[in-house]
Design a protein around this ligand. Sequence first.
Ligand code: GAP
Length: 528
Amino acid sequence: MTESQSFPAPATASAPGVKPMDAIMALCKRRGFVFQASDIYGGINGFWDYGPLGAQLKKNLRDAWWQDMIMNPCWGRKGPNGERVRCVPLETCIIQHPRTWEASGHVSGFNDPMVDCKETKGRYRYDHVMVYVPAGGEAGDKPVFAYVGDQPSESKQKKKAEKTFGAVRSVPLSSIPQPWARVIGPDAEKPGTLTEPRMFNLMFDTISGAIRDEANKVYLRPETAQGVFLHFKNVVDSTRVKLPFGIGNTGRSFRNEVTPRNFTFRSREFEQAELEFFCHPDESLDWYRFWRDFRMEWWKSIGLAGENLILREHDKDELSHYSQGTSDVEYRFPFTAPGFGELEGIAHRGCYDLTQHQTHSKVKLDYFDTTRGETLPNGGKKGERYIPHCIEPAAGLDRGALALICEAYTVDASRPSPEFLKLHPRVAPIKAAVFPLVDKDGMPEVAERLADDLFARFGRHGFIETDPKQSIGKRYARMDEAGCPFCFTVDGDTLKDQTVTVRDRDTGSQQRIAIDKVPGFLGERLGS
Ligand code: GAP
């Protein structure tokens, strides 16, 4: 039977100052940002679809990434080598040769340890399972109660545990010696139903072609990055790019997450935007620091500034053997607060991936650098052959969109729309609304003309809305809730002096500007 999910998730009490996740999810559905996939069939666990506003918000996020990472990388800034940063795009298939995933290590290593429950048939990530034990002392021969992180069963299990022990504390399941005869599984009634942890591969597989046998087994990619490594040589041979340079790839990735949860945060199908930046090994640490710092600045530039965003450098013992550094850009989501959840990882991958694919494919993936090596008598260079190092800023677009929505979500009971979204104008799906104050006296025609004008100029970045019905306050409220940054109103004075009112979503303040200045006014604020 297919697992299903409910929308919105059961309400969880928020800590003071933490935004209510159930209200954010309800707004996402009400205004068409996010719908659960297969909604009319009850949903399917780990899969989410985007409604009209969400699809445009995510496109704006993807476009901003594409623009600032590939077309005009780092806003035209120079890299540590003193030159403009150079990047090119690539678009690769979800299904690649299965040996790709052997070389990358995903077949043997992309595993999570799982425990199964024999009573409920539930499956849990071993490292997510916690157990309630007496606060001071041992459980003796009484049962102890397991729960999974932030699942709703936590409170149910906690109540049972408190009934048994009084005050309780929670410890990881891994700290309880096996066999777990006294452990009651997260959703179970009887003790002793949890199995020992077993490894579970997160890649989805399927069959390519008509014959359903092992030889035709293929995988849905768990990351977009590997498609880039496979074409490193093709890109070098087919373009005039020279090291250092980056190759960007965006698209859907798939992971059979054991416990998809927290709305779109951990899904089984999601979208990534990854850049593989190739450089000489000696310069790789400088490039790593450069990308790490730029990525943090970039997320701030589209509206995540403030104390909810941090850059966390991994400790040395968290790094892979080939890596000289990894950092995560992390956002304090309502469901992770007071902690943070990863938005993007910036990893120094050394020459690991190209070397692995070179070994497995037996195709040379090194690079001949004509700017290095000994100086020749003619002043030229002898050249140096090497496998480039790779710095990888790997972002998740669904987590990015979710962070933007959570950050933008604002409650102000004194406003006509007590909930509204302060989305950054660059990513907002509705760029502007144009209203006639009343649906008569020539105002609708002037508003239509202005809307057409704005649509022609900004329509490729988002919606330009018009709406002649209902009170102006109600129309502003609808736009506020959808995150539209500016509303322009055509009124009686417009017909006399060719000015309109512009209302700012965040402050509610209004000013009059000449109607022919509206496109310039909006363009400046949208950054386009
Ligand atoms: N190539 C490196 C790589 O894939 P990752 O940290 O596993 O690294 C990069 O993934 C980003 O992809 C994460 O920071 C996150 O934003 C997003 N991501 C990963 N798993 C996800 C999931 N199950 N649901 C939603 N986003 C996910």
